[in-house]
Design a protein around this ligand. Sequence first.
Ligand code: ADP
Ligand code: MG
Length: 303
Amino acid sequence: ATPTALLTGTGRGAQLGILIKGPAVLEDTRRADTIVLDKTGTVTTGRLTVEHVDAFESFDGGDTDRLLRLAAAVEHASEHPIARAIAGTQPSPAAVEHFASAPGGGVRGLVLVPFAEQGGAGHMVVVGREEWLGVSGVDVDEPTRLRLAEAERDGATAVLVAVDGQVAGIITLRDAVKPGAADAIARLRRLGLSPVLLTGDNAHSAGHVAAQVGIDADRVHAGVTPAEKVAVVERLQADGATVAMAGDGVNDAAALAQADLGLAMGTGTDVAIDAADITLMGHHLGQVADAVELSRRTLGTIR
Ligand code: ADP
Ligand code: MG
């Protein structure tokens, strides 16, 4: 294609809310035959709601309000969709010191007033998945694991909460598939792109979403860390695929950079947008298909 045609293509993209980093990106868009989709915030709305708080009997006799307040205080410092949902339950969160977080893992911090009365210096609170609690020095026993699996059973997302070194409860959250996601994925299939779902969330939740949007069960990778997301993309490429990937989180950035074509949701974090070749300002998956159609119109479908 001529430089003029490429510039016209990127200009048309901008009109459609598809921000393309450079004219050369259109070539990778046209060639893609696999579309890897992050789940939370990409296929789903990412606007989670807290559905249930399960405080263990061992934690203040099962004080759910206090458990949620402690968890919300640490989550306040994170921009993860889970964090926004939990922090959003408390209008004035307690102060936190020694905050730490791991993308795809969770958060922790020392929660100060007004909870300091019982513990003096405050309470060390850890929220996230089992591996993250382990890294933070909290053991997760078998009964807790079963309780977590039960919370996740019908496709919810559940996180563990530990207070002062002991698992204190489980917070269950619910997300919804974006309207039009199933149609968009069907359209991508018609354009010759095979969909893959990739998520750090649990397998039940991932399977539930995959079934709703028409992604095959054997093309779902759940419970993967940000580094494993990169490895999944690399493996597909090693098998000969030209991989487009759409994502929105800090946890997706490295995989977006590894993909032949990275697409970031406009609602996503800056790190994801920086790592991607295309930013989708309409925030929906139909725009991925729009981008592919645009590239093919601009460049023609024959090489
Ligand atoms: P996804 O790939 O679905 O966007 P992530 O890789 O960001 O998910 O997170 C994977 C898992 O790590 C989450 O399902 C959750 O269990 C845990 N996690 C990540 N960030 C947080 C957080 N801020 N608070 C609690 N748990 C978290
Ligand atoms: Mg995400």
